[in-house]
Write a protein that binds this ligand. Structure first.
Ligand SMILES: [Zn+2]
Length: 219
Protein backbone atom coordinates (compact mmCIF):
# COMPACT_ATOMS: atom_id res chain seq x y z
CA UNK A 1 0.00 0.00 0.00
CA UNK A 2 2.74 2.48 0.92
CA UNK A 3 4.65 1.62 -2.28
CA UNK A 4 1.57 2.39 -4.40
CA UNK A 5 1.05 5.67 -2.58
CA UNK A 6 4.73 6.65 -3.00
CA UNK A 7 4.26 6.17 -6.73
CA UNK A 8 0.94 8.04 -6.87
CA UNK A 9 2.16 11.01 -4.81
CA UNK A 10 5.40 11.19 -6.82
CA UNK A 11 3.45 11.14 -10.10
CA UNK A 12 1.01 13.83 -8.97
CA UNK A 13 3.87 16.33 -8.59
CA UNK A 14 4.22 16.20 -12.38
CA UNK A 15 0.66 17.57 -12.57
CA UNK A 16 1.70 20.65 -10.57
CA UNK A 17 4.39 21.28 -13.20
CA UNK A 18 2.10 20.44 -16.13
CA UNK A 19 -0.53 22.94 -15.00
CA UNK A 20 2.05 25.60 -14.23
CA UNK A 21 1.25 25.82 -10.53
CA UNK A 22 4.83 25.80 -9.23
CA UNK A 23 8.21 27.51 -9.65
CA UNK A 24 11.51 25.87 -8.65
CA UNK A 25 10.73 23.47 -5.75
CA UNK A 26 7.82 25.39 -4.16
CA UNK A 27 4.69 23.30 -3.94
CA UNK A 28 4.01 19.85 -2.57
CA UNK A 29 1.56 16.98 -2.53
CA UNK A 30 0.89 14.45 0.23
CA UNK A 31 -1.41 11.46 0.60
CA UNK A 32 -2.65 9.64 3.68
CA UNK A 33 -1.83 5.94 3.94
CA UNK A 34 -5.28 4.29 4.17
CA UNK A 35 -5.93 2.73 7.54
CA UNK A 36 -2.66 3.97 9.07
CA UNK A 37 -1.62 7.09 10.96
CA UNK A 38 0.90 7.87 8.22
CA UNK A 39 1.20 9.99 5.13
CA UNK A 40 3.54 10.19 2.13
CA UNK A 41 4.97 13.61 1.18
CA UNK A 42 7.50 15.21 -1.14
CA UNK A 43 11.09 15.49 0.06
CA UNK A 44 12.34 19.02 0.77
CA UNK A 45 14.25 20.94 -1.89
CA UNK A 46 14.42 18.17 -4.53
CA UNK A 47 13.63 19.43 -8.03
CA UNK A 48 10.51 18.05 -9.67
CA UNK A 49 12.52 16.29 -12.40
CA UNK A 50 14.49 14.35 -9.80
CA UNK A 51 11.54 13.09 -7.74
CA UNK A 52 11.18 9.32 -7.63
CA UNK A 53 8.77 7.11 -5.69
CA UNK A 54 11.72 6.00 -3.52
CA UNK A 55 12.59 9.62 -2.63
CA UNK A 56 9.12 10.28 -1.17
CA UNK A 57 9.10 10.54 2.63
CA UNK A 58 6.72 8.67 4.95
CA UNK A 59 5.75 10.62 8.09
CA UNK A 60 3.55 9.99 11.10
CA UNK A 61 0.71 12.38 11.88
CA UNK A 62 3.02 14.46 14.09
CA UNK A 63 5.21 15.05 11.04
CA UNK A 64 8.06 12.81 12.20
CA UNK A 65 9.89 10.88 9.47
CA UNK A 66 9.12 7.18 9.65
CA UNK A 67 10.71 6.11 6.37
CA UNK A 68 12.87 7.94 3.84
CA UNK A 69 16.42 9.14 3.22
CA UNK A 70 15.45 12.79 2.64
CA UNK A 71 14.09 15.48 4.92
CA UNK A 72 10.37 15.96 4.26
CA UNK A 73 8.90 19.12 2.71
CA UNK A 74 9.19 22.22 4.87
CA UNK A 75 5.37 22.32 4.84
CA UNK A 76 5.12 18.90 6.51
CA UNK A 77 3.86 20.31 9.83
CA UNK A 78 0.89 21.92 8.06
CA UNK A 79 0.02 18.70 6.20
CA UNK A 80 0.33 16.68 9.43
CA UNK A 81 -1.92 19.08 11.33
CA UNK A 82 -4.61 18.74 8.68
CA UNK A 83 -4.45 14.92 8.74
CA UNK A 84 -4.61 14.91 12.56
CA UNK A 85 -7.68 17.12 12.71
CA UNK A 86 -9.61 16.21 9.55
CA UNK A 87 -9.94 12.41 9.43
CA UNK A 88 -11.95 12.58 6.18
CA UNK A 89 -8.99 14.14 4.35
CA UNK A 90 -6.88 11.73 2.26
CA UNK A 91 -4.73 14.25 0.40
CA UNK A 92 -3.27 17.74 0.84
CA UNK A 93 -1.66 20.03 -1.75
CA UNK A 94 0.18 23.31 -1.37
CA UNK A 95 1.16 25.72 -4.16
CA UNK A 96 2.05 29.36 -4.71
CA UNK A 97 0.19 29.37 -8.03
CA UNK A 98 0.24 32.86 -9.50
CA UNK A 99 -3.35 34.07 -9.73
CA UNK A 100 -4.61 32.39 -6.58
CA UNK A 101 -1.63 33.77 -4.64
CA UNK A 102 -2.35 37.24 -6.03
CA UNK A 103 -5.79 37.04 -4.35
CA UNK A 104 -4.08 35.74 -1.19
CA UNK A 105 -1.65 38.67 -1.26
CA UNK A 106 -4.61 41.05 -1.08
CA UNK A 107 -6.30 38.94 1.60
CA UNK A 108 -9.33 38.70 -0.66
CA UNK A 109 -11.52 35.62 -1.08
CA UNK A 110 -12.53 34.73 -4.66
CA UNK A 111 -16.25 35.40 -5.09
CA UNK A 112 -18.43 32.72 -6.65
CA UNK A 113 -19.12 34.23 -10.06
CA UNK A 114 -18.62 31.15 -12.29
CA UNK A 115 -20.70 28.00 -12.46
CA UNK A 116 -17.43 26.01 -12.38
CA UNK A 117 -16.75 27.56 -8.97
CA UNK A 118 -20.18 26.59 -7.70
CA UNK A 119 -19.54 23.04 -8.98
CA UNK A 120 -16.14 22.45 -7.44
CA UNK A 121 -16.03 24.87 -4.48
CA UNK A 122 -19.70 25.28 -3.62
CA UNK A 123 -19.27 29.04 -3.25
CA UNK A 124 -16.40 31.44 -2.68
CA UNK A 125 -12.83 30.30 -2.14
CA UNK A 126 -12.10 31.60 1.37
CA UNK A 127 -9.10 33.42 2.81
CA UNK A 128 -7.16 31.96 5.71
CA UNK A 129 -5.13 33.88 8.28
CA UNK A 130 -1.58 35.13 7.88
CA UNK A 131 0.67 32.52 9.49
CA UNK A 132 4.41 31.86 9.62
CA UNK A 133 5.85 28.54 8.49
CA UNK A 134 7.33 26.22 11.08
CA UNK A 135 4.86 25.48 13.85
CA UNK A 136 1.19 24.56 13.72
CA UNK A 137 -0.10 28.02 12.78
CA UNK A 138 -0.59 27.29 9.09
CA UNK A 139 -2.27 23.96 9.82
CA UNK A 140 -4.54 25.57 12.40
CA UNK A 141 -5.56 28.24 9.90
CA UNK A 142 -6.36 25.67 7.20
CA UNK A 143 -8.41 23.47 9.54
CA UNK A 144 -10.27 26.42 11.04
CA UNK A 145 -11.34 27.77 7.64
CA UNK A 146 -12.04 24.51 5.82
CA UNK A 147 -13.81 22.57 8.59
CA UNK A 148 -17.47 22.60 7.66
CA UNK A 149 -16.76 24.70 4.55
CA UNK A 150 -17.70 23.37 1.12
CA UNK A 151 -14.51 24.68 -0.49
CA UNK A 152 -11.61 22.22 -0.65
CA UNK A 153 -9.27 25.21 -1.15
CA UNK A 154 -8.15 28.02 1.15
CA UNK A 155 -6.02 31.03 0.21
CA UNK A 156 -3.64 31.60 3.09
CA UNK A 157 -3.17 35.36 3.34
CA UNK A 158 0.09 36.70 1.85
CA UNK A 159 1.14 33.12 1.07
CA UNK A 160 -0.64 30.75 -1.29
CA UNK A 161 -3.05 27.88 -1.73
CA UNK A 162 -3.73 24.81 0.40
CA UNK A 163 -6.23 22.25 -0.88
CA UNK A 164 -7.65 19.08 0.61
CA UNK A 165 -9.42 16.09 -0.90
CA UNK A 166 -10.59 12.56 -0.25
CA UNK A 167 -7.41 11.53 -2.10
CA UNK A 168 -4.16 13.20 -3.14
CA UNK A 169 -5.49 13.27 -6.71
CA UNK A 170 -8.66 15.08 -5.62
CA UNK A 171 -6.56 17.66 -3.76
CA UNK A 172 -4.43 18.19 -6.89
CA UNK A 173 -7.59 18.66 -8.96
CA UNK A 174 -8.79 21.31 -6.48
CA UNK A 175 -5.43 23.11 -6.76
CA UNK A 176 -5.67 23.11 -10.57
CA UNK A 177 -9.28 24.34 -10.52
CA UNK A 178 -8.48 26.97 -7.89
CA UNK A 179 -5.79 28.54 -10.07
CA UNK A 180 -8.05 28.34 -13.13
CA UNK A 181 -10.94 30.22 -11.55
CA UNK A 182 -8.60 32.67 -9.77
CA UNK A 183 -7.27 33.61 -13.20
CA UNK A 184 -10.66 33.90 -14.88
CA UNK A 185 -12.21 35.98 -12.11
CA UNK A 186 -9.13 38.21 -12.08
CA UNK A 187 -9.41 38.78 -15.84
CA UNK A 188 -13.13 39.46 -15.50
CA UNK A 189 -12.41 42.07 -12.84
CA UNK A 190 -10.22 44.01 -15.30
CA UNK A 191 -13.31 44.79 -17.38
CA UNK A 192 -15.85 45.49 -14.66
CA UNK A 193 -17.54 43.86 -11.71
CA UNK A 194 -18.33 40.14 -12.16
CA UNK A 195 -21.95 39.20 -11.46
CA UNK A 196 -22.61 37.07 -8.40
CA UNK A 197 -24.56 33.80 -8.75
CA UNK A 198 -27.66 33.52 -6.57
CA UNK A 199 -27.16 31.26 -3.54
CA UNK A 200 -30.02 29.00 -4.65
CA UNK A 201 -28.33 28.40 -7.97
CA UNK A 202 -24.94 27.89 -6.31
CA UNK A 203 -26.52 25.21 -4.10
CA UNK A 204 -28.17 23.49 -7.04
CA UNK A 205 -25.00 23.49 -9.15
CA UNK A 206 -22.92 22.19 -6.24
CA UNK A 207 -25.38 19.43 -5.45
CA UNK A 208 -25.60 18.29 -9.06
CA UNK A 209 -21.85 18.30 -9.61
CA UNK A 210 -21.00 16.55 -6.35
CA UNK A 211 -23.72 13.91 -6.60
CA UNK A 212 -24.70 13.34 -10.21
CA UNK A 213 -22.05 14.57 -12.64
CA UNK A 214 -19.38 12.32 -14.19
CA UNK A 215 -18.31 8.76 -13.56
CA UNK A 216 -18.96 8.32 -9.88
CA UNK A 217 -16.44 5.53 -9.46
CA UNK A 218 -13.63 7.83 -10.60
CA UNK A 219 -14.34 10.54 -8.02
ZN1 LIG B 1 4.24 28.01 0.77
Amino acid sequence: MIEQLREAVCGLHAELVRYNLVAWTAGNVSGRVPGEDLFVIKPSGVSYDDLTPASMVVCDLEGNVVEGAHAPSSDTAAHAYVYRHMPEVGGVVHTHSTYASAWAARGESIPCVLTAMADEFGGEIPIGPFALIGGDDIGKGIVKVLSGHRSPAVLMQNHGVFTIGASAKAAVKAAVMCEDVARTVHVSRQLGEPLPIKQDDVDRLYDRYQNVYGQRSSR
